[in-house]
Design a protein around this ligand. Structure first.
Ligand code: AMP
Ligand code: ZN
Length: 138
C-alpha cells in the first residue's frame, strides 16, 4: 500500500493533526477521534502493517510498553474503573483503518458497555476438532 493514503501513517508523520498523548521511536498514541468512552486512545506502531496477520514482530515489545505506559497514565488522569484493550483484524471483525492499532478503552461504572455473552460450551469432540484444525495450520 502507498502509505501516503494511510490516515495513521499521516498522523505518524504529523501531516495531519491529532491529539498525541505518547510517542517514542517505534509507536505513537493519540486520542480516538470518535471515542467510545472518555480518554479512548489508539496505540499505533510506526510501521505500516495491515493487522495482526502481517504485523512486524520487531514492534511487539514497543507496543506492549506503550500500551502499559498509556494505560497507567489514563488510570491516573481519569477516574476509570478499568482499561480494556481491543484490537480488530479484518473488516469482518470491524476493522476500519488498515494500519494495525490497539484501542485503549477506559471503562467507567456507568459507560453502558456490556461484556459479550459466551454461548453454550460445545461438545468435547467439536472442541477437539477445532483445536486439531488450528494446530495443523500453525
Ligand atoms: P478500527 O475499527 O479498529 O479500525 O478502528 C479505527 C478507529 O480509528 C475508530 O475508532 C476511529 O474513530 C478512529 N479514527 C479514524 N480516523 C481517525 C483520526 N484521524 N484520528 C483519530 N482517530 C481516528
Ligand atoms: Zn499506515
Amino acid at each position: 500500500m502507498n502509505t501516503t493514503h494511510c490516515i495513521f501513517c499521516n498522523i505518524i508523520t504529523k501531516s495531519i493533526p491529532s491529539y498525541i498523548v505518547y510517542e517514542d521511536d517505534m509507536c505513537i498514541g493519540f486520542l480516538d477521534i470518535a471515542p467510545i468512552t472518555k480518554g479512548h486512545t489508539l496505540l499505533v506502531p510506526k510501521v505500516h502493517c495491515s493487522n495482526i496477520l502481517d504485523f512486524d514482530l520487531h514492534y511487539s515489545e514497543s507496543v506492549m510498553h506503550g500500551l502499559q505506559i498509556v494505560s497507567n497514565a489514563i488510570t491516573k488522569a481519569l477516574s476509570v474503573e478499568g482499561i480494556q484493550i481491543l484490537q480488530n483484524n479484518g473488516s469482518g471483525a470491524g476493522q476500519m483503518v488498515f494500519h494495525i492499532h490497539w484501542h485503549i478503552i477506559p471503562r467507567y461504572a456507568d459507560d453502558g458497555l456490556n461484556h459479550w455473552q459466551g454461548k453454550a460450551t460445545p461438545h468435547k469432540a467439536e472442541l477437539q476438532g477445532i483445536a486439531d484444525s488450528i494446530i495443523s495450520n500453525l
